[in-house]
Design a protein around this ligand. Structure first.
Ligand code: ATR
Length: 270
């Protein structure tokens, strides 16, 4: 057994994702959504291994609490300051990892195989939890300069103080300027998502060949990606990040490294 702990968790795509893989690889087991309140989180996590769970994903609002409940934490989860994957070991201990940055890079490599971190500056919109995962993975893969812009500047400054001098803050009102010499453009904000505000940053500076990716995957072709397509950019949608971030957890829990391919995408979208 595995599952996803969150509040709310009803709209999580993770059960569909992991059940697809369980079926595809003919494995016995199940993956369930678990609605858990913040006050109950650590008690629930401690109980799951006793009920036959091998691990769990963790989503909003428990990603920080997941670090605290763990006996051991991966380096990348420490760097990001949050965990999204828990592994319950045979000796009763809990290991916490964060696979969001891995999922981000794996999606980018699949969707834009020609991109390399050494191609030039990366422009990142947003400084929330998702931005931390994106920035840490970009730095780890060798990015030399990351432009970062966020509506609330102190949050961008907090990231810079954690991640260092390769991060350069750009005022939100000038965020459009970041894309002019960027080799990679990443939206980590919720702008452009169904029900959220529009992504209004002017993108006239986008150049042909720049890789543009949006973490928003509802809609799949966000206005940012559409605009980037029109400018001749290479675009990568955000669904793949969600699919790839599930790979390390599934492999640790069930012993098979699962594939992310078109059949999986179709199953999740269907
Ligand atoms: P996540 O974990 O998905 O990154 P989050 O931590 O809530 O979620 O971060 C949301 C991001 O979207 C933040 O960068 C946020 O900007 P603020 O730090 O200024 O809040 C950004 N965001 C959300 N709504 C926005 C809006 N209307 N205009 C600009 N940025 C917005």
């Amino acid at each position: 057994m595995a599952g996803v702990l969150g509040n709310a968790v009803a709209h999580s795509k993770s059960p569909k994702l992991h059940r697809h893989w369980l079926q595809r690889y003919n494995l016995r087991g199940d993956y369930v959504p678990l609605h858990v309140n913040e006050a109950d989180f650590s008690q629930v996590v401690r109980t799951l291994p006793k009920m036959g769970f091998v691990g769990a994903n963790v989503t909003i609002p428990h990603k920080i609490a997941a670090l605290e409940v763990a006996d051991q934490v991966s380096d990348r989860a420490i760097l990001i300051g949050a965990a999204n994957t828990l592994i319950f070991r045979g000796d009763g201990s809990i290991y916490a990892d964060n696979t969001d940055g891995y999922g981000f890079l794996a999606n980018l490599r699949q969707g834009a195989p020609g991109w390399a971190a050494s191609d030039g500056p990366c422009a990142v919109f947003g400084a929330g939890g998702a931005a931390r995962a994106v920035i840490s993975s970009l730095l780890e893969s060798g990015a030399e300069k990351i432009y970062l812009s966020n509506r609330t500047r102190p949050k961008a400054e907090a990231l810079k103080s954690d991640f260092g001098s390769r991060v350069q803050i750009i005022e939100w009102v000038q965020a459009g300027n970041m894309v002019e010499d960027a080799a990679l453009v990443v939206n980590t904000t919720s702008l452009g998502m169904v029900g959220a505000a529009e992504f209004r940053v002017p993108l006239d500076g986008l150049r042909r060949g720049t890789v543009v990716t949006d973490l928003v995957y509802n809609p799949l072709r966000t206005p940012l990606l559409q605009q980037a397509d029109q400018a001749g950019c290479i675009t990568v949608d955000g669904l793949g990040m969600l699919l790839h971030q599930g790979v390390p957890g599934f492999e640790r829990w069930f012993g098979v490294r699962p594939e992310v391919d078109d059949a999986l995408r179709a199953a999740i979208l269907g």
